[in-house]
Design a protein around this ligand. Structure first.
Ligand code: SAH
Length: 344
């Protein structure tokens, strides 16, 4: 199989072009085209002979748009096909202040959280650095001329800290890819609580916003939702989040899915207040999206009462807008649906 140029770092690209007898400035030109998601045949400032040569040896490595769903609220969901035929999701949320792209980090997911569609088929494989980058480049290019994506969240399918090397390498490259202009402080990474990964990330000098999927501040309850609790119990994950915050100076985010009749009682609030005490943190409340199994999404009134109660007790909290509900916006739903269709 041909290698994808998107997998190359700028230095590796330079070496590859020099190896083809080209001068180093050609690598810069190719890199710029790659960033704009342009196919070899349309890399206009390259000699036709070089374009043909490149296409003979390499692929660009961009994912193809398999499907694109537009929500009434402006959210765009992309189903992207990778070089080996696997499909992944990326979701573009359009806000007044900018566009946030949610990307996947794995094909499938090994974590098996009971409320999440991403884990239904288990893990297929990690995404490569080029495939992480390809989601950003493809969706950005789809929006037309100019810079469109301002924020990236690693909150799509997969556990980013179990694909550590590629994710960190991707973050470094995004940081270096001047033409994209996305600052690391505009990137958030969400983890279910892989403690060694959190500690390693704190040492990388990459100031991304770290989010922990909490969903319950009571360990026995959290275990019912998230099997990861058996490997890295909550108190260890929270201690690692504190260390991350101290090391990087960044405020951390706890994500809390609201499930009616499960994690919204006074006892749950008190546990959350105790857990967050003394931390520079914010709690993102996420109304459960498209319930799996018997879980229920609470009503608006209950949601806002829960948020108000937290605020009253001194916890910084906000309710995340639910976007893209009409296009299967929740993690892995569209991919799961699509995979189901393929099997039919
Ligand atoms: N594995 C990482 C990142 C992917 S999940 C993690 O666990 O954080 C991204 C976020 O979406 C997590 O907070 C996850 O718990 C949440 N999520 C998954 N399924 C959901 C659903 N049905 N409704 C609302 N949020 C969901």
């Amino acid at each position: 199989m041909k290698k994808a140029l998107l997998e190359f770092s700028p230095e590796e690209l330079r070496q590859a072009l020099i190896g083809l007898g080209e001068s180093a400035f050609r690598a810069k030109q190719v890199y710029r085209w790659l960033t704009a998601c342009v196919p070899f045949a349309e890399m206009r400032n390259l000699p036709a002979s070089l374009r043909t040569k490149l296409a003979g040896i390499y692929t660009e490595g961009y994912p193809a748009v398999e499907a694109r769903l537009a929500s009434k609220d402006g959210t765009l969901k992309y189903l992207l096909r990778l070089g080996d035929g696997n499909v992944i999701e990326a979701v573009l949320m359009r806000y007044r202040y900018g566009h946030t792209l949610c990307i996947s980090t794995q094909v499938g997911c090994p974590m098996a959280c009971t409320f999440c569609a991403s884990g239904l088929g288990g893990l297929v494989r990690n995404l490569t650095r080029g495939e992480l980058l390809g989601q950003v480049l493809r969706v950005n290019a789809e929006q037309g001329a100019g810079r469109n994506i301002t924020n990236i969240v690693l909150m799509g399918t997969g556990e980013p800290l179990l694909n550590y090397e590629n994710v960190v390498s991707f973050l470094r490259q995004i940081h270096a890819a001047q033409s994209l202009g996305i600052a690391l402080r505009n990137i958030s990474l969400s983890t279910c609580g892989i403690v060694p990964g959190i500690d390693a990330l704190a040492e990388e000098g990459l100031p991304v916003t770290l989010c922990l999927s909490l969903h319950s501040a009571i360990e026995e309850k959290r275990r019912l939702l998230m099997p990861v609790e058996n490997t890295y119990p909550l108190h260890e994950a929270v201690a690692a989040m504190r260390r991350y915050s101290e090391k990087t100076g960044r405020r951390i985010i706890y994500e809390y899915i609201l499930i009616e009749g499960f994690n919204m009682s006074g006892e749950d609030i008190d546990a959350l207040v105790r857990l967050t005490r003394g931390q520079r943190c914010h709690v993102n409340l996420i109304p459960l999206n498209a319930a799996l199994g018997s879980y229920k999404t609470p009503g608006k009134k209950q949601i806002y009462e829960f948020a108000a109660e937290l605020e009253k007790k001194g916890v910084s909290a906000s309710v995340r807008r639910t976007l893209g509900e009409d296009i299967e916006g929740a993690c892995g739903q569209l991919r799961a649906h699509f995979a189901g269709k393929l099997r039919e």
